[in-house]
Design a protein around this ligand. Structure first.
Ligand SMILES: C[S@@+](CC[C@H](N)C(=O)[O-])C[C@H]1O[C@@H](n2cnc3c(N)ncnc32)[C@H](O)[C@@H]1O
Length: 335
């Protein structure tokens, strides 16, 4: 079974246990340092004993200049790690970190486990009712937070983003590329309130899965310690934190010809199959694949609409449907 099918199955079964690798978090987070100084960060789908999001922010607490780090753990998240010696029968819980002491003063914090942090009495652990990010107690923590950073359950992605938007939070989260097409998500992208993160634009990424996860997919592996991993396609970072690289123009080089860029039957726009082939001399509306958003610079293009023609049906050319496209237009003053 291909890993895409594995993800679909996970969605269907609401099997949400994919644990993000530290290296993937580091590669993305290094583009946002300026946003974190003096901020409260919440990882609200994260067992601190398991989560590399928690680990990343704890390790970089002083480097980023954080005010506070909060992680909340969901009641029914299975325990995949080797840890959990301190709080074994009290899940779910939350951890609050307000101070990380760099003991030898070398600027590097080497965290082997959560218990090291909890030796500092300024940091606390306490029990939650169920740790559901939608629960009253977790929403109270959300209100306190400035930035939410996590990989939320794939099956609750819409609800997760809607909650963050309702509370006007800044966020950097992982989701599937198909989420672009959701009716709760696309309008945010269109209105430039949400965009793709810096680092993942193609291929797949490896996630750790629980011990009992059936490893039938291609690209699965078990490491020397017996930990299981699967590779998942179509992963993206979603964020409303700005970063410099998203303001770089897409280089355009092809010239428009009516033969190469046919009009849709049911909408006044031309069809482009490959983002890199958007014609540089065309200022009307253009239909592009959703992966255009990996290159989208809001100073160069406007996003107009998604997928449907004037008749409310999928975009089509010479009767051939569907064209799953985003309609965009070059800004007149864009390059
Ligand atoms: C995709 S996993 C990612 C875990 C962790 N954030 C990471 O990146 O390694 C999503 C996690 O959210 C938990 N979860 C599922 N439903 C939840 C809910 N309603 N509230 C909070 N967490 C939930 C799952 O148990 C799972 O551990």
């Amino acid at each position: 079974m291909a890993s895409n099918a594995g993800l679909a199955k996970a969605n269907k079964a609401k099997k949400d246990e994919f644990y993000t690798q530290l290296a993937d978090i580091e590669v993305e987070l290094k583009h946002y340092k300026k946003h974190f100084k003096g901020k409260v960060v919440l990882c609200n789908c994260d067992d601190p004993y398991e989560s590399n999001f928690f680990k990343y922010f704890a390790m970089n607490f002083n480097y980023l200049g954080l005010k506070k780090l909060i992680a909340t753990c969901y009641d029914s998240s299975p325990i995949v790690g080797e840890q959990l010696s301190l709080f074994p029968d009290k899940r779910p819980y939350m951890i609050q970190i307000t101070e990380v002491i760099d003991e030898n003063g070398d600027g590097a914090i080497d965290l082997s486990d959560v218990e090291y942090l909890l030796k500092n009495k300024k940091n606390t652990i306490r029990k939650l009712n169920d740790g559901d990010f939608r629960s009253e107690e977790c929403v109270e923590l959300l209100k306190e937070a400035d930035i939410v950073c996590t990989n939320p359950p794939f099956s609750l992605f819409r609800e997760f983003v809607s909650l963050l938007e309702e509370h006007r939070k800044q966020y950097l989260i992982i989701g599937n590329v198909n989420a672009i097409t959701y009716k709760e998500i696309f309008p945010l992208i269109k209105d430039n309130k949400l965009w793709m993160g810096y680092s993942i634009h193609s291929g797949d990424r490896e996630f750790r899965v629980p011990e009992d996860y059936p490893l039938t997919a291609a690209g699965c592996r078990i490491d020397e310690q017996g930990r299981k991993y699967i590779r998942v396609k179509g992963v993206r970072w979603y964020t409303n934190l700005d970063y410099a690289e998203r303001h770089c123009d897409l280089d355009l080089w092809k010239k428009y010809t009516p033969e190469e860029y046919p009009h849709y039957d049911n909408y006044d726009a031309i069809n482009v199959d490959v983002t890199a082939e958007i014609p540089e001399d065309y200022y009307g509306e253009i239909g592009v694949p959703i992966t255009f958003l990996d290159k989208y610079n809001p100073s160069q293009f406007d996003i107009i609409r998604f997928r449907k023609g004037n008749d409310g049906k999928d975009l089509c050319v010479n009767g051939k449907c569907p064209y799953f496209r985003i309609i965009i237009r070059r800004k007149q003053n864009g390059n």
